[in-house]
Design a protein around this ligand. Structure first.
Ligand SMILES: N[C@@H](CCC(=O)N[C@@H](CS)C(=O)NCC(=O)O)C(=O)O
Length: 212
């Protein structure tokens, strides 16, 4: 099996960190080339997004959390998606928020401002999608709201979904570090308003997996 990867990108990082936490080593195939995915990868997989897990029989699994949950089912320890119905529900809830309200909000700002994405306002699209300037300010407001939300959650929880490190922290870390790409990360001036995020960010960033 192998994982098609774009090492600098925030979504593949969710899987890198997850695998490192599990102590799993899956071969990575780099398909990023500067700011685009290689043409032969896009021809082979028209959904044109990474990460993508390909099994030896050619079956593919896309979407970070689908990939992680596949490995979780095969290798349950250490558990990163909870151990009982409540912990599992809390992790799913905060992981989703980190993706939809964090990563996607930063992406909205980044993709609609960076010159390299002038015709690629959305990922995974073969046709040209022009940038939309109206989404930039709204995206920043979303990022701000996301930081406020997780700062509140982290004011009385060690980790995003409670007192145990989980997949929610993995996506959360990728989201707030991605915020740094638009100067809205925990270490930026913006981050000064969110002391609980800073405390948590320091802790989860110090895990060896954060460097995966
Ligand atoms: N929801 C997807 C998001 C994947 C995604 O957006 N990947 C980006 C990299 S972070 C991508 O492949 N972009 C392709 C492009 O920009 O052309 C997941 O969870 O895997």
């Amino acid at each position: 099996m192998k994982i098609y990867d774009w090492h600098i990108a925030p979504n593949p990082r969710r899987v890198h960190i997850y695998l490192a936490e599990k102590g799993l080593h899956i071969p990575l195939v780099e398909v990023g080339e500067g700011f685009v995915l290689k043409q032969d990868y896009r021809d082979k997989f028209p959904q044109a997004m990474v990460p993508l897990l390909e099994l030896d029989d050619g079956t593919t699994i896309g979407e970070c959390m689908a990939i992680c949950r596949y490995f979780e089912a095969l290798h349950p320890d250490p558990p990163l998606f909870g151990t009982d119905p409540m912990s599992s529900a809390q992790i799913t809830c905060w992981e989703n928020r980190a993706n939809e309200e964090g990563i996607m909000a930063v992406g909205e700002v980044f993709r609609n401002t960076h010159p390299e994405f002038a015709d690629r306002g959305l990922p995974g699209s073969a046709e040209k999608i022009p940038q939309n300037a109206a989404l930039v300010e709204r995206g920043k407001a979303r990022v701000n709201r996301f930081f406020q939300k997780i700062d509140g959650q982290l004011s009385n929880n060690q980790f995003l979904a409670g007192d145990t490190y989980s997949a929610a922290d993995i996506t959360g870390l990728c989201a707030v570090d991605f915020g740094g790409w638009i100067e809205m990360g925990p270490e930026d001036k913006f981050g000064e308003q969110f002391p609980n995020v800073r405390r948590w960010h320091k802790e989860v960033s110090s895990r060896p997996s954060a460097k995966a």
